[in-house]
Design a protein. Structure first.
Length: 257
């Protein structure tokens, strides 16, 4: 940070410095850290403020191409998250405003969004399970701030089950699709851990909070009409492996016929 401060303070005239001492020091530090991050002067052991974090995210995500070097891409984001100052007002406001408004479902605060990425705060009561679903053409990084979550990641296997048409009691017809999923990873994530998924690895997942949990959740790119419409929810039979094949499960997903 000194690099930025020294340069800027030398430029200051006496009257501007006098005005500065009454200015919002926190805002000034944020500005300085953001500029330093942009110029590559960020200190490794210094908690990264929110503005600097977003600036780095913009830089990282702008150069990411869907499906290319995505493991490296999510690793970079994970490294950045570990540096983030979790006392940032944007995050703290989400903590402070928490109310369990939706029984049996997590609460979601969208902290920041732009085309190339979005950052959310998710807050779960124990047992507010998110069943199996995917995020097509997106990478995701989940970073628990408090609590503990069991996250399972799956990959879609090639299969050729026939498509069936089912009619619900309300008369609406659905196309029932059958798929095979392979469990790639099952892990308990706690404070400081990072879970990742890419377009091609572990994109299908489920989340079970084993206690009250708060997590930062990042997607790159952000949700848009195309990737949102392509997302699926799976019903997975986890009671047994499909035809005895280790970690392979039969799953079904529906769409309007
Ligand atoms: Fe998800």
């Amino acid at each position: 940070m000194e690099n930025f401060h020294r340069r800027e303070f030398i430029k200051m005239s006496a009257w501007s410095f006098a005005g500065l001492v009454t200015a919002d020091l926190d805002q000034l530090i944020r500005f300085g850290q953001k500029a330093n991050a942009t110029n590559g002067f960020f200190r490794e052991n210094e908690p990264m403020n929110w503005d600097a974090f977003l600036t780095e995210m913009q830089r990282i995500c702008a150069r990411h191409q869907v499906g290319r070097h995505s493991k490296r891409h999510v690793r970079r984001i994970a490294d950045l998250l570990r540096k983030l100052d979790l006392k940032a007002p944007a995050i703290q406001a989400g903590f402070d405003g928490y109310q369990n408004d939706r029984p049996d479902w997590f609460e979601h605060d969208l902290l920041h969004t732009e085309v190339n990425f979005q950052v959310s705060l998710l807050q779960f009561e124990k047992g507010e399970y998110i069943p199996h679903h995917d995020h097509p053409a997106m990478c995701g990084v989940v970073f628990p701030v408090n609590g503990e979550l069991e996250v399972k990641n799956y990959d879609l296997l090639p299969s050729d089950f026939p498509v069936e048409i089912e009619v619900a009691p309300d008369g609406i017809s659905y196309q029932k699709n059958t798929a095979l999923l392979r469990l790639g990873q099952s892990e308990l994530l706690r404070k400081g851990d990072v879970g990742t998924l890419t377009e091609e690895a572990g994109n299908i997942h489920s989340v079970m909070p084993t206690q009250f949990s708060q997590v930062l959740d990042i997607f790159t790119p952000a949700y848009n009409e195309v990737n949102e419409a392509a997302a699926r929810w799976y019903q997975v039979d986890e009671t047994a492996f499909y035809e005895g094949k280790k970690d392979v499960y039969r799953a079904e997903w529906y769409k309007n016929a």
